[in-house]
Every structure is written in structure tokens, then in C-alpha cells.
Ligand binder design. Structure first.
Ligand code: G3P
Length: 489
């Protein structure tokens, strides 16, 4: 028999489901991806069909699976939540996606009740509909029969990792990992346990929730009926934490920023959470072999989603990779500003009711100016997040490691380095999130002995040094602050 030394990572993201097979050196050997439908049943609502996600997961894994595969790692869009029946595995409703704002009023009411400091102290999070708790409460209160079925112990709840694990193990395992649990707003990240007070506050029966595990451990085995053999599921993490691992940010102060649907910047803060004074989040980074690591996170909800909007709704580009040439083809943004608050604004503003705004249009504003303003806005948002990190006491990082679709855009990477005044590094392996999940599974299965070995495998393929003058940077950031102020007025 050939040596089983490869790992398949399932990367279940906000807009696509992918499977990537990695070899022992962390090189991607095969990739299969499916985009899936986004449902917008009402303004501000976003849902996913769990059956479509499941079908796509099976299809993409089958497409890359070979006899050399020793195990599977799972990484996923975080916070997105659903309920399913324990006996049949049938979802009761579409999953409510992290971008969904339907529970904004509920979160407002809790904030008015003065609950936010308690929530922040226990979960590291801030009161916003982004997180799972208010969405799960909504499902229990609004799906016919859900609350009664939950009381009878007939239902399971979980984020997408948990749902996929349940389905992959043929309904034998109901578990999640510490990074996904840490985004529900029901999990005490210091004690490392579901929090009874928060369960009461959101009226959620404890019996609905999965068991919480470390990131690199044996979660279960695939049902042999699915892939013809039982394959160990040996690693799991939310996608932003998986990217932190894929970027080998294992020591305090190391920082990565991922430009997927949204932009999520995570800084490793060591073995204790740093509770932000500047509206950032404290979040579990990973727990491996009993060692806990935490991160300070700046979450902004729109990055690649804005590029998709330029392509699919405005038709200004036909492919995302055109944006570098289009933006670089004009000398500046011509005073056009975009505030990409399409699903409200996340950190550090937390304004779920905000909406996208374009400012500064004149009769000679062109499509290229709007494309450029869009790319610039994503860099400005990153700058707001790094400024909040500095205000929370973070030291200036040696470099920012970037990944995700937009990291391939050289114009954007250079502009980001210029605006942050920090070097930006792009890794040789672009599949950073999936690589992180593969690393976790490989650690469990002995492909890599420890994190130090994993860190040695990280290589940069490009480094962008800041080269903008301070005067120009200050001018741009002042313009951005003005645009934000007007968009939020
Ligand atoms: O918190 C939401 C995040 O996990 C979604 O990630 O990669 O789909 O933008 P992504």
C-alpha cells in the first residue's frame, strides 16, 4: 500500500465550497471548488441552503480524494448557524449567515440594557448581529415547532463545521472546535465552556449545543458509505483562525489579514485574551495539545464582496483580476470615495444599519475611478483596524502577512503597504486558509511533529515595502475619515 501522507482540507466559505489536497510539504496538489447560491429573502437578510453546502462538500471532496489521503481537515465561514433534526439530519431552516442583520434590534435592546461589558468580558465579542447567539434565538422563536422540538431534545444546533462533521460522520459526532465556539457569543473563552448566563439570556437550551474540542484532534471518521472508506477528520478551525495557522503566525505580535468575502485581521496575543478598549474582538486563535493561544481581531465585513459587486451588479469589470490594471491605469481616485458598508460596518464601528455610500462623483468620474476607490476603501478599512490594534497597545508588526483572493492583486498589496506604512508579505502558498486546516489535521496524524516545523514551511513569494510619502498617506487617510463620517451621519 502507498504511504498515506496527504491531507484534504475542506474550506466551506461564504460564497464557495472548496476541497484542496495537500502533500507533506504543504503544497496544494489538487483543488476543486463550487460557488453556491446566496439567498437574500429581505434587505439585510442572508441565508444559505445547508443541503446545497452538503452536496457541494461531497462533490468537491470526491473530486480530489486519492488513496494517499490520510485525513481531512475542516475550515469554515464562522458564525453562520443552523438547526437540524438529530434523527434525520434534516435542517429545519436555511442557515442564517454571519452577514445577516435581522437581529440588529435584539442586539440594540441588549446594549441598552447594559449587557455588553459582561458579554465582552466572557466572550471577547461585542453586541452585534454578526455573532451566532441572536440568530439561533431567532431560529428557535420563528421556525414553527423549533422551540418545542428543542425542548424534547430532538434538535442539534451548530455552525457549519459542526453540521459538516455531523453529516460526514453519519450523524455520530456533534462537536465543534474552540475557534468556532468562540464566535457564537455563548462560549466563555477564558473558562473554555458554554456560559449558562448567556444561554439564559438568549433563551437557548444547552442540549442543542455541540461538544467543544481542541483544533488538532481526532473528531471522528467519515461514514464509509460516503467515500468508500473511513477517513479520519483530524483538524478543524474557523476560516480566519485557519488562515492565521496557514500563515504560521504562532508567536505574539505576528499578524495576518485575509481578503476573502470580508477582511479579517488577526494578531496573535499569546496565551490570554486581550480585551479591546477600541472595539476590536478577542478570540481564541487555536488550542493545540493543551496550549491555548488567543488573537485580537478586526473584522470588516466587505472586501472581496465589493469586487464581486463591481463585477456582478455593476458590470464594471468582467473578472476580479482586472482590477489591478484598471486601478493602476488612472493616476488617482479623482476624489471618488466608496464606503463599502453593504452589510453595515463591522469593527471598529459596529454600525449594522449603515449602508454603502459613494461620495465625490463629478461628470468626469469614470468606472476606473470607482474601481480604484473600491480597492482603496478595503485598504483604508485595514488601516482603521491596525490603528485600533495600536491603540490597544499592539507593537508595530515587522510585516503584515496577507492572503485571500485580493492578495493576488499587486496594485492592492502595494497600496495596502503604503497606507499602513508597514511591509506586506504574500505567501508562496495562496491557499492559506485551507492549508491551515490541513496543518491541523496533519499535526494530529503525525505528518508534522509540531508548530515549529509547520512555521519552517512558510515561504513568502512577494514583499511590498511602503513607498508613499507621509504627507500623501495622511491626506488620503483624512479623506477616508471624512467619507466615513459623511456615510455614517
Ligand atoms: O466571520 C466570517 C468569516 O469567517 C467569513 O470568512 O472567508 O468567507 O470571508 P470568508
Amino acid at each position: 500500500m502507498r504511504r498515506m501522507s496527504q491531507i484534504v482540507a475542506i474550506d466551506q466559505g461564504t460564497t464557495s465550497t472548496r476541497a484542496i489536497r495537500f502533500d507533506r510539504s504543504g503544497e496544494p496538489l489538487a483543488i476543486e471548488a463550487r460557488e453556491f447560491a446566496q439567498a437574500y429573502p429581505r434587505p439585510g437578510w442572508v441565508e444559505h441552503d445547508p443541503e446545497e453546502i452538503w452536496r457541494d462538500t461531497l462533490a468537491v471532496v470526491k473530486a480530489v480524494l486519492t488513496p494517499e489521503v490520510a485525513g481531512i481537515g475542516i475550515t469554515n465561514q464562522r458564525e453562520t448557524i443552523l438547526l437540524w433534526e438529530r434523527t434525520t439530519g434534516r435542517p429545519l431552516h436555511d442557515a442564517i449567515v454571519w452577514q445577516d442583520r435581522r437581529t440588529a434590534d435584539r442586539c440594540d435592546a441588549l446594549r441598552r440594557d447594559g449587557i455588553e461589558p459582561m458579554i465582552q468580558a466572557r466572550t471577547g465579542l461585542l453586541l452585534d448581529p454578526y455573532f451566532s447567539a441572536s440568530k439561533l434565538q431567532w431560529l428557535l422563536d420563528n421556525v414553527a415547532g423549533a422551540r418545542a422540538a428543542a425542548a424534547r431534545g430532538e434538535l442539534a444546533a451548530g455552525t457549519i463545521d459542526s453540521f459538516l462533521l455531523w453529516r460526514l460522520t453519519g450523524g455520530r459526532v456533534h462537536a465543534t472546535d474552540v475557534t468556532n465556539a468562540g464566535r457564537t457569543m455563548l462560549y466563555d473563552i477564558v473558562k473554555g465552556a458554554w456560559d449558562d448566563d448567556l444561554l439564559r439570556l438568549f433563551d437557548i437550551p444547552a442540549g442543542l449545543l455541540p461538544e467543544v474540542r481542541e483544533n488538532a484532534e481526532l473528531f471522528g471518521e467519515t461514514d464509509p458509505a460516503l467515500f468508500g472508506r473511513a477517513i479520519p477528520i483530524a483538524g478543524m478551525a474557523g476560516d480566519q483562525q485557519a488562515a492565521l495557522i496557514g500563515q504560521a503566525c504562532f508567536t505574539p505580535g505576528m499578524v495576518k489579514s485575509t481578503y476573502g468575502t470580508g477582511c479579517f485581521i488577526l494578531m496573535h496575543t499569546g496565551d490570554a485574551p486581550v480585551l479591546s478598549q477600541n472595539r476590536l474582538l478577542a478570540t481564541p486563535a487555536y488550542t493545540i495539545a493543551g496550549e491555548r493561544a488567543f488573537a485580537l481581531e478586526g473584522s470588516s465585513f466587505v472586501a472581496g464582496a465589493a469586487i464581486k459587486w463591481l463585477r456582478d451588479r455593476l458590470g464594471l469589470i468582467t473578472a476580479a483580476d482586472e482590477t489591478a490594471a484598471v486601478a493602476g491605469g488612472v493616476p488617482d481616485d479623482h476624489g471618488v470615495w466608496l464606503v463599502p458598508a453593504f452589510v453595515g460596518l463591522g469593527a471598529p464601528h459596529w454600525r449594522p444599519e449603515a449602508r454603502g455610500t459613494i461620495l465625490g462623483l463629478t461628470l468626469d468620474s469614470s468606472a476606473a475611478h470607482l474601481v480604484r476607490a473600491t480597492l482603496e476603501s478595503i485598504a483604508f478599512q485595514t488601516s482603521d483596524l491596525t490603528a485600533a490594534m495600536r491603540a490597544d497597545g499592539a507593537i508595530r508588526p515587522a510585516a503584515l502577512r496577507i492572503d485571500g483572493g485580493m492578495a493576488a492583486n499587486d496594485w492592492f498589496a502595494q497600496f495596502l503597504a503604503d497606507v499602513l506604512d508597514v511591509a506586506v508579505e504574500r505567501p508562496a502558498c495562496r491557499e492559506t486558509t485551507a492549508l491551515g486546516a490541513a496543518r491541523l489535521a496533519g499535526l494530529t496524524l503525525g505528518l508534522w511533529p509540531d508548530l515549529a516545523t509547520v512555521a519552517q514551511g512558510w515561504r513568502a513569494d512577494a514583499r511590498f515595502e511602503p513607498r508613499m510619502t507621509a504627507a500623501r498617506r495622511d491626506g488620503l487617510l483624512a479623506g477616508w475619515r471624512d467619507a466615513l463620517r459623511r456615510a455614517l451621519a
